[in-house]
Design a protein around this ligand. Structure first.
Ligand SMILES: Nc1ncnc2c1ncn2[C@@H]1O[C@H](COP(=O)(O)OP(=O)(O)OP(=O)(O)O)[C@@H](O)[C@H]1O
Length: 230
């Protein structure tokens, strides 16, 4: 279980509060207006940015002071997920060993992860020789080999067309279900949230609201959600 306990995040004049939990295996979409603090909230969970007060807990363990690498977290960003001078296999291998000294068993795991995202045989290619969708798959394969129980996605597929985006979301949902991983995903597209997330968090007006069931939230939107959806 991920718990955000009385978090108070401040960044200049900006302030955001969150005080809720999500159960292991839940898939949660964070939606809300631009500048509301969705990325900042993920950064606090990942350990890149410290909250002014409050705690982040994973299964009761206090992560608040832990460095990003010590957290049970794998993260995908909107872009810049891959190193252009490394091959697809090396980019995935970074998830196992940042110095890329991979034992044969590690290389086998890399190949397995690439196959799992439909990129068997693409390991030797550099990102420049891959399509946008294939690059997203490589980044996802790296998340896979990290085997972390908490995935943080910050609009990683927003540059892709609708069909490919839907395909990637289904792939992520499948991987989460298979591994029992918990997902927090920032999205601007309500249809993406509906596709992948069973829970919805609205981030707006200084508060990341407690998660609610996605289907219920869209069927009977609160005033705040209705304002956001327009
Ligand atoms: N380094 C900084 N110093 C001060 N304020 C900052 C800094 N970085 C971001 N902010 C402010 O923090 C707030 C939250 O930004 P954040 O990127 O988390 O929003 P977001 O909801 O992810 O937006 P978007 O949907 O546009 O990506 C914004 O008001 C932004 O202006």
């Amino acid at each position: 279980m991920l718990t955000l306990e009385a978090l108070d995040i401040r960044q200049g004049d900006f302030r955001l509060r969150a005080d809720w939990s999500v159960a292991a295996g839940d898939r949660v979409a964070l939606i809300g207006p631009s500048g509301a603090g969705k990325s900042t909230l993920l950064s606090v969970v990942a350990g890149f940015f410290a909250a002014a007060s409050g705690r982040v807990l994973w299964d009761g363990r206090d992560l608040t002071g832990a460095a990003p690498g010590e957290r049970p977290v794998a993260m995908l960003f909107q872009d810049g997920n891959l190193f252009p001078h490394l091959t697809a296999a090396q980019n995935v291998g970074l998830g196992i060993r940042p110095d890329l000294r991979l034992a044969p068993a590690d290389k086998a795991r890399v190949a397995e992860a690439l196959a799992r995202v439909g990129l068997e045989g693409y390991g030797a290619r550099k990102p420049g020789a891959l399509s946008g969708g294939q690059q997203s798959r490589v980044a996802l394969a790296r998340v896979l080999v990290q085997s972390r129980p908490l995935l943080l996605l910050d609009e990683p597929f927003s540059a892709l067309g609708p069909a490919l985006r839907a395909e990637m979301l289904d792939l992520v949902a499948g991987l989460c279900a298979e591994k029992g991983a918990t997902l927090l995903m920032v999205s601007h597209a309500p249809e993406d949230a509906q596709r992948i997330a069973d829970r919805l968090v609205l981030v707006d007006e200084g508060v990341a609201e407690a998660p609610v069931a996605t289907a219920e939230a869209f069927a009977r939107p609160s005033d705040r959600l209705r304002r956001y959806l327009g």
